[in-house]
Design a protein around this ligand. Structure first.
Ligand code: FES
Length: 96
């Protein structure tokens, strides 16, 4: 791939790392998802991005899955892994 091409993943998980979500495990969720994607060698397929506050502080940690536009609330690391697994499965299905 040439340097002027922009990498576009098939799926992006936005993990809120705003202060309220961080206080309830948002940063650990983000790190866990990043590590999981890396260990599965899926960095070019799924990207995990930390965001600032998404205005759903009472329900954090918040994890949004795009382009599906799924918003998951109160996500712990185990639930995050399940959400990642489902996102990967969706990609596999869409490729068939
Ligand atoms: S800090 Fe995550 S929604 Fe506000």
């Amino acid at each position: 791939m040439s340097k002027d091409r922009v990498f576009v993943p098939e799926c992006v998980l936005y993990a809120c790392c705003g202060s309220k979500c961080k206080k309830h495990g948002g940063k650990q969720l983000y790190k866990s998802l990043k590590a999981d994607v890396k260990s599965r060698h899926l960095k070019r397929v799924v990207q995990v991005i930390k965001t600032g506050c998404t205005d759903r502080c009472k329900h954090g940690p918040v994890l949004a899955v795009m382009p599906q536009n799924e918003w998951h609330l109160g996500v712990d690391e185990l639930r995050g892994k399940q959400i990642l697994d489902a996102a990967i499965e969706n990609i596999k299905i869409s490729r068939t």
